[in-house]
Design a protein around this ligand. Structure first.
Ligand code: GAR
Length: 195
């Protein structure tokens, strides 16, 4: 008799507040994976592009109720009910509450479009980050993928990748370089963490 080893797919939850281009890359990466799948999308913004992606991809999506998010265990339970193994913040702009961080200790990661600890913290996202890098005259920027703790953009670093900031670069040009790094590295790191 031949024994067939049956392994169940790991479950990824993506939290996003914006367009969701990183979320899309992760969904694509795991589309035919034997390791994991994106099984839940969570957002704090009803008009976020991520909801269109969720609909197109037929992934369950949840709009956060702010009051419940910051008080009580509704979202811990939501993640547990979906058997989530890894929570991926892909442009999620709210702080993650302590109870969620504790319940998923070491299993929540974030991506930030700069070389943390530089240019992190509340209000530092998108063009605000790139404009700050340019205003400081930095000659390099990059991405940071890190574990999430109770502070903004603060937990242990998993990966940093760099790109040059060239004379004449605008925030748009820098944003494109950073986005290319994010789209390349984020799905690979998610896979590495789940393997
Ligand atoms: C990404 O650039 C990500 O690094 C950033 O939001 C963008 C989301 O883009 N996150 C932060 O700034 C977190 N502090 P997307 O919606 O196209 O994936």
């Amino acid at each position: 008799m031949q024994l067939i080893k049956q392994t169940s797919l790991k479950n990824i939850a993506i939290f996003a507040s914006g367009a969701g281009t990183n979320a899309q890359k992760i969904i694509d990466h795991f589309r035919n994976s034997a390791l994991a799948k994106v099984s839940l999308i969570v957002s704090n913004k009803a008009e976020a592009g991520i909801f269109k992606i969720a609909e197109k991809e037929q992934i369950p999506a949840v709009l956060i109720d702010k009051e419940q998010f910051f008080r009580g265990d509704t979202y811990v339970k939501l993640l547990q009910d979906h058997h989530i193994d890894l929570v991926v913040l892909a442009g999620f702009l709210w702080k993650v509450p302590a109870n969620l961080v504790q319940a998923f200790e070491g299993r929540i990661i974030n991506i930030h479009p700069a070389l943390l600890p530089k240019y992190g913290g509340k209000g530092m996202y998108g063009h605000f980050v790139h404009e700050a890098v340019l205003a400081a005259g930095d000659t390099e920027s990059g991405i940071t993928i890190h574990f999430v703790n109770e502070k903004y953009d603060d937990g242990g670093v998993i990966l940093q990748e760099r790109c040059a900031v060239l004379p004449g670069d605008t925030a748009d040009v820098l944003a494109k370089k950073i986005q290319a790094l994010e789209h390349h590295w984020f799905p690979l790191i998610v896979e590495r963490l789940l393997s």
